[in-house]
Design a binder for this molecule. Structure first.
Ligand code: UPG
Ligand code: MN
Length: 741
């Protein structure tokens, strides 16, 4: 035991990471309990005020709706407390890791997935590749695999270009400690060349990068690779006239063989291994989208480098922090607790978030509190990108105490096979038929059949006994591209909420599949996300019932003078004040919080609701799982409005019709109230009964201000098209005419 007095002391001194509980837990728990009492009182109020039979059908309808909605809100609120109950933060101690020699470090395989050269331009993809190639990690232990589901020679061409540019970029990064490590992100930062350590070299690298980008874009624009370039790499011969995105043979090509002593950068240091893979695609063979690509990568990489750690990135997620591998290893290699950890997940951060995050793409509260709270139960969600996996757990191993210590991260000795042999052996593993009759997609690798393959895979890993870590450092490890338009953002949320509800309804439901395997808090934490879709219903009910009942003068809440008013007011105010305070302490602006409220209303009344319907339809066996890829580039015009935080509509999506119909409904009902106050002879008493609805509808109208602007004021291409406006006015007017009394 050496100089340490107790086991605990020794463990503490050798630990590679620390955990800390978030501050103010007790205060939060007390406060949250008080809101809970308020919610119970609201439920009680509803139960005590069941309308009598003679009060008419409309009253009954309203009552049932309000009761169900508030019951739903209450339940969802309870789930949300679970993820705030146990917030834990993780701190790696990377200096301690450096005490042991680099020889002890495991091999790391990086997987980058891309699927479409138009939606995901090759120049974007290679920035991700270059950023991971230049991470601070022994290059002979680093292998990078690009999976191209687009099967495109344009992407392969860019990949080859990147391998040449890397020879300059890697030494440059390491010498000057450049961050971020994506050349595009680095060179578009605004700084003065004269402030750089070596202006000449800086300019040289920048020009090299610019030239490469130009060459890549020229080829991408042209849509094919010129013959003279094709001669530079034998890999191009894979693309003949028959190769299409949906129909081609497996392609596996080494672009750099890290074992090759001649593969060195301009400073003479060895380069990491670089492999391109386009798994076989044939019509009639399901390819399971990203999950299928990842599983093929797992197999191909096991043949080639077999790194014990796998870093998984989407093609738009470049590395920002050069030490991120080492930090992740602190968790996975910790002698005492590391062997239980299957993966380390970073939050999704984006480099294109504007000041007030108009579409709520990256809410600080979600990253700093909610996800950390699920992580607090040892069940950090796997989010598909920015995640360091232990190969063993990703491949389906059950957790066992035997993994203790560092030995589990050892990998086999160098292979002596030639590149050609390795490529041939790998192609077999990347072929369509390989998975037939195997457990791939079921118990091995990523789980198939769900558009959120990441969440369900993380859950199954945890149910096999593993823990996971949610790690959110101040120096962000990765940055991706957030959806820059409302339409793209809503399509993404439709896929997510649909997929997540599908998990809840499947055998993987955390309460059933995870029973006795993960903690109750984790089951509840998962449900917060998995139940997005069905919890759209109470929101949609409120969004319709409030304005309509106001218009018809049907009170839904207790009068202000009644004692029952208190719990309603308390819950509403304290919940929202807390939410603002939480957002501000997490570094959000008030405006960003306000924007987030709007986008949540929009998501719940559109994306989640449509997902709910889609999911039910699929459960009935009427449709199949799809995956709509998120576009990462938009036109300049659109991008300018995004920068100015102006909401982008500009298409006739049915979601926009719903958004503007609900906005119109609010406007009509408020107009009705004004009429009542100024023209109608109604007494003050009538208005008093409706005051809660007036306030809520007023707030909704304020939240909808950008929608009204897009409907009536704006003339640009991002405003709401006249046809959508027309439809919404008709539908809202018809709704107002419904006889409710
Ligand atoms: O058939 C496919 C479809 C997608 N992808 C890749 O999957 C990644 C994610 O796709 P994207 O369209 O960017 O979806 P997002 O909604 O931005 O992705 C989030 O949500 C997905 C699950 O819905 C996760 O897989 C992702 O990791 C996570 O970032 C991208 O790199 C794609 O290239 C494939 O490799 N093959
Ligand atoms: Mn994405």
């Amino acid at each position: 035991m050496g100089t340490y007095q107790t086991v605990q002391e020794r463990e503490k001194a050798l630990a590679l990471f620390e955990t800390k509980d978030a501050k103010g837990r007790l205060a939060f728990r007390l406060f949250s309990s008080s809101i809970f009492i308020g919610i119970c009182l609201i439920w009680l109020y509803r139960l005590m005020n069941i309308p009598a039979a003679e009060e008419g059908r409309a009253r009954w309808g309203c009552w049932i709706g309000m009761f169900m909605a508030e019951f739903g809100f209450g339940l969802y609120w309870i789930l949300n407390q679970a993820i705030r109950w146990n917030v834990v933060r993780y701190f790696p101690l990377k200096e301690r890791l450096s005490r042991s020699s680099d020889d002890d470090l495991p091999r790391v395989d990086v997987f980058v997935c891309t699927a479409d050269p138009t939606l995901e331009p090759p120049s974007l993809v290679i920035n991700t590749i270059l950023s991971v190639m230049s991470l601070n990690y022994p290059t002979e232990k680093l292998s990078i695999y690009l999976s191209d589901d687009g099967g495109s020679q344009l992407t392969f061409h860019a990949f080859m270009e990147a391998s040449h540019f890397a020879k300059h970029w890697i030494p440059f990064c390491k010498r000057f400690n450049v961050e971020p490590r994506s050349p595009e992100a680095y060179f578009t930062q605004d700084f003065d060349v004269r402030d750089t350590a070596n202006p000449e070299e800086w300019m040289f690298i920048k020009n090299q990068y610019k030239d490469m980008k130009k060459r890549i874009e020229a080829v991408t624009d042209k849509g094919c690779v010129p013959e003279e370039i094709k001669n530079q790499h034998k890999g191009f011969s894979e693309w003949n006239a028959d190769v299409t995105k949906q129909n081609h043979q497996p392609i596996v090509q080494f672009v750099i063989d890290g074992r090759d002593t001649d593969a060195v950068d301009s400073a003479g240091c060895r380069l990491p291994t670089l492999v391109y893979m386009a798994r076989e695609k044939r019509p009639g063979w399901p390819h399971h989208f990203k999950a299928g690509a990842m599983n093929a990568l797992i197999r191909v990489s096991s043949e080639i480098s077999n790194g014990a750690i796998i870093l998984n990135l989407d093609c738009d997620m470049y590395a920002n922090n050069a030490d991120s591998i080492r930090e992740a290893l602190c968790f996975l290699m910790d002698e005492n607790r590391g062997h239980q950890i299957a993966y380390v997940q970073h939050p999704q951060n984006y480099n294109n978030i504007t000041k007030n995050d108009l579409y709520g793409n990256s809410p600080p509260v979600s990253n700093k509190v909610e996800l950390a709270g699920v992580g607090g139960f040892g069940a950090a969600l796997y989010c598909g990108t920015g995640c360091f996996h232990r190969r063993a757990s990703l491949c389906g191993s059950k957790y066992s105490k035997e993994y203790k210590g560092l030995r589990n991260l050892e990998t086999r000795k160098d292979d002596t096979r030639t590149v050609g042999d390795l490529e041939e052996a790998s192609k077999v593993l990347a072929s369509c038929g390989y998975e037939q009759g195997t457990l791939w997609g079921k118990e091995m690798g990523l789980v198939y059949g769900c558009p959120v393959e990441d969440i369900v895979t993380g859950l199954t890993i945890q149910c096999r006994g593993w823990k996971s870590v949610y790690y959110n450092p101040d120096n962000k490890a990765f940055f991706g591209v957030a959806p820059p338009t409302l339409d793209i953002a809503l399509v993404q949320f439709t896929r997510w909420s649909d997929g997540m509800f599908q998990i809840f309804l499947s055998k993987y439901c955390p309460f059933i599949y995870g029973h006795n395997k993960i903690k109750l808090g984790a089951q509840m934490g998962y449900s917060v996300y998995l139940l997005w879709a069905p919890f759209s219903l109470p929101n949609l009910y409120y969004a319709i019932a409030l304005p309509l009942s106001l218009l018809h003068g049907i009170p839904l809440f207790p009068e202000v003078s009644s004692r029952w008013f208190i719990p309603f007011a308390y819950v509403f105010l304290s919940k929202n004040i807390y939410s603002v305070a939480e957002a501000l302490t997490c570094g959000s602006t008030f405006k960003a919080w306000w924007n987030l409220q709007r986008i949540w209303v929009i998501r719940r009344t559109t994306a989640f609701f449509f997902a709910f319907i889609d999911c039910i339809v699929r459960q009935l066996g009427l449709s199949q799982t799809t995956f709509s890829i998120t576009a990462k580039v938009v036109t300049e015009d659109v991008s300018k409005r995004y920068q100015q935080e102006i909401m982008e509509f500009g298409s006739t999506s049915i979601m926009f019709t719903v958004i503007s119909t609900l906005a119109m409904l609010n406007l009509f009902s408020l107009a009705g109230v004004l009429k009542m106050v100024f023209l109608g002879g109604s007494e003050y008493k009538d208005i008093e009964k409706l005051i809660c609805q007036v306030i809520l509808c007023g707030l909704m109208a304020m939240l909808n201000a950008p929608v009204y602007e897009a409907l009536f004021v704006r003339k640009d291409r991002g405003s709401i098209p006249a046809s959508v406006m027309f439809k919404s006015i008709v539908v809202a007017s018809l709704a107002c005419l419904l006889p409710l009394k």
